[in-house]
Design a protein around this ligand. Structure first.
Ligand code: PLP
Length: 379
């Protein structure tokens, strides 16, 4: 698929996945139906949320979460600046204003609850907690903050399916009023394009189910089975349905999700062991966070932006693919949301980090190659 010696990520589709999709295609039913229902049941059990509602993307999940949260044009929504743009575009789809807030530090680059608290105004209605790179944000502190200020907590779990927020194993997407997940092709549970909303609130779940399919009072699958001969339209809805081939693929892949997250975690542990104390390089987060993360990506920190850019160039010249994520206020469209005083920790995170190759199919040999090239690059 690529000429990289070690690609950033690698998607493996075993024969059982191919068979699951083939069976679906041969069944003659391609839109949301029995496989989607089965995938939703598996997801509900996996995440530990009573309602798991699949949709067409993580962005659609965030949009519907904002609608189910009742957000609208007068509202402000606090969003960390270290995230993917969809966390901030979704509130804007419903007319709300994103208020960018800082992260704790480059060593813990999730939303800083203290900075979020400082940005609450009478118009604030919600906080988006992003579990960036698979590392859980401090949702306990954010839950308290939201409860104390009558705010809704939306968890953006797009990069974090399977991440745990405590030692009891409670997962991300179960503490906010709403959680949004992505099954995009680079994610831990990937089907190409897809997403999910989780919520413990049955009324909000009903609203998400309604709005994902044009606000129709019955589904095509219901009508096909003769349950509902006609339908009504009871709101302005969307076509955010997941289709059956993707649900079939997801259902096949979810059986291996925990094992594949464990493999990612094992690679991260191996990397960290080899890189600890290396001059010129810092490792964000601690061992407890590593055990809780579901490891979408493996970021390391360089001294500053020029050092990071030189480091990436040397790795590229040696066949190692890396990436990095700009902070939201670095984008042309989002400069307007940069607060006075800036977002110093988010900026330092954007400037200093570099994500190294990480996938569930990596082996010791890949890690050896990356560490060898990286050591030479830092020397
Ligand atoms: C943090 C975050 N939020 C939202 C999304 C949007 O998900 P999707 O690409 O499935 O629309 C992504 C996807 O990359 C993401 O990383």
């Amino acid at each position: 698929m690529s000429d990289w010696r070690v690609p950033l990520t690698d998607i493996v589709v075993p024969e059982e996945d191919v068979q699951a999709v083939l069976e679906c295609l041969e069944s003659g039913w391609l839109t949301m139906g029995p496989r989607t229902q089965a995938f939703e049941q598996a997801l509900s059990a996996q995440v530990g949320s009573p309602n798991a509602i699949t949709v067409s993307s993580g962005t659609a999940a965030l949009h519907l979460a904002c609608l189910a949260a009742g957000l609208g044009p007068q509202d402000e929504v606090i969003v960390p600046a270290v995230t993917f743009v969809a966390s901030a575009s979704a509130p804007r789809y419903v007319g709300a204003t994103p208020v960018l807030c800082d992260v704790r530090s480059p060593l813990d680059f999730n939303i800083d609850p203290a900075d979020a608290a400082a940005r609450i105004t009478p118009r604030t209605r919600a906080i988006v907690a992003v579990h960036f790179c698979g590392y859980p944000a401090d949702v306990h502190a954010l839950r308290e903050l939201c409860d104390a200020n009558d705010l809704i907590l939306i968890e953006d779990c797009a990069q974090a399916i399977g991440a745990r927020i405590d030692d009891a194993g409670r997962q991300v997407g179960t503490i906010g009023e709403l959680g949004a997940f992505s099954f995009f092709s680079k994610k831990q549970l990937c089907v190409g394009e897809g997403g999910m909303v989780t919520t413990a609130d049955d009324e909000r779940a009903e609203r998400v189910r309604l709005l994902r399919s044009h606000a129709l009072s019955s589904s095509t699958w219901d009508r096909h089975r003769g349950h509902d001969p006609a339908y009504d339209v009871i709101d302005v809805g969307y076509n955010y349905r997941l289709d059956e081939p993707r649900a079939a693929l997801g259902l096949s892949r979810i059986a291996r999700l925990d094992a594949s997250i464990e493999k990612r975690r094992a690679s991260v542990r191996a990397y960290r062991e080899r890189l600890a104390g290396m001059p010129g390089l810092e490792l964000p987060f601690d061992e407890q966070a590593v055990e809780r993360s579901s490891h979408f990506a493996f970021p390391v920190l360089l001294a500053d932006r020029p050092a990071r850019d030189r480091f990436r160039a040397t790795l590229k010249d040696n066949g190692i693919q890396t990436t990095w994520y700009p902070a939201l206020h670095n984008f042309t469209e989002y400069e307007q949301f940069s607060p006075p005083g800036g977002l110093p920790q988010a900026q330092a995170t954007a400037d200093r980090h570099c994500a190294l190759p990480l996938s569930s199919s990596m082996d010791e040999n890949d890690i050896d190659i990356v560490v060898e090239v990286l050591t030479a690059a830092l020397a």
